[in-house]
Design a binder for this molecule. Structure first.
Ligand SMILES: [Fe+2]
Length: 266
């Protein structure tokens, strides 16, 4: 899609063409299969080719398919799920490999999803800063996002009482599939750089986040019903663009289990 990441794929059979899809997933980090006619069962079958399903504890599932999370914004709601830049499940000790988001109902215009290449973000940093970042780890937490105070009466979320994850990951990871170095902190779930005074940690994270908002690192998916985007959680950030108040949007998300993340070495 852009010089940084992303690919559109047309006229494929997601199951029969799986090897090519997996190769594109590793290479482009966010791939959109356009115009699929996948049923929920087929959506699950494709996800299971990537790995075990990781059922999100905080999202309400599809009533008929407990492994599929409903990501909905009703016409009367003003807040979308995932409006801030983030990486799904970075708070887990073995963060998710990726997610498969399938559009069921989309607004006339708007409701796009923007992705950031965290490999390209890393490569664009200067070498002195990279050397420093390679020595650091950061904390990722959930309470401030999915805890009771954060979710209040929003029925799209559940299990606020188990929003107690606090996990440490390297700030620069070696991607488990591509081997590329990826910056692995995000504004929603990362709370601090381990071992740094708060002011220094906050300033360093803020400067990295500003760096990652450069549009040369991005791609943007415009959805039609049936489109399925698979993104690599270890290699991307994403955010939902909330610009369609008054219209309904319904997406189905399946998340695939990943692995513990090793620090990059260069
Ligand atoms: Fe997300």
């Amino acid at each position: 899609m852009t010089g940084a990441l992303g690919a559109d794929i047309y006229d494929c059979d997601p199951i029969a063409d799986f090897d090519a899809i997996h190769e594109a997933f590793v290479r482009y980090s966010a791939i959109t299969l356009r115009g699929t006619k996948l049923t929920p069962d087929q959506h699950l079958t494709l996800a299971e080719r990537f790995g075990d399903i990781n059922v999100n504890r905080f999202f309400t599932p599809l009533p008929t398919h407990p492994a599929i999370a409903l990501v909905v914004k009703e016409a009367h709601q003003t807040q979308a799920i995932g409006e801030g830049w983030h990486t799904d499940h970075s708070y887990d000790t073995e963060p998710a490999l990726g997610s498969l988001l399938l559009a069921r109902e989309v607004p006339n215009v708007g409701g796009d999803t923007v992705f950031v290449s965290m490999a390209a973000a890393w490569e664009a940093l200067d070498s002195e800063l990279k050397s420093h970042l390679l020595t650091l780890h950061a904390w990722h937490e959930t309470a401030h996002v999915f805890g009771r105070r954060a979710t209040k009466d929003d029925t799209r979320f559940r299990n606020a009482e188990v929003a107690n994850q606090r996990t440490r990951h390297p700030v620069a990871i070696r991607h488990p599939l591509s081997g590329r170095t990826c910056l692995y902190v995000n504004p929603v779930f990362t709370t601090a750089i381990d071992g740094l005074p708060k002011a220094e940690s906050d300033a360093l994270l803020a400067s990295l986040y500003t760096h990652c908002t450069d549009p040369t690192l991005h791609c943007r998916v415009r959805w039609q019903p049936g489109d399925l985007t698979l993104w690599d959680n270890r290699a991307t950030w994403h955010k939902a663009i909330n610009d369609y108040n008054g219209q309904r949007r319904e997406m189905h998300r399946i998340t695939v289990t990943g692995c513990a993340l090793d620090a990059a070495s260069h």
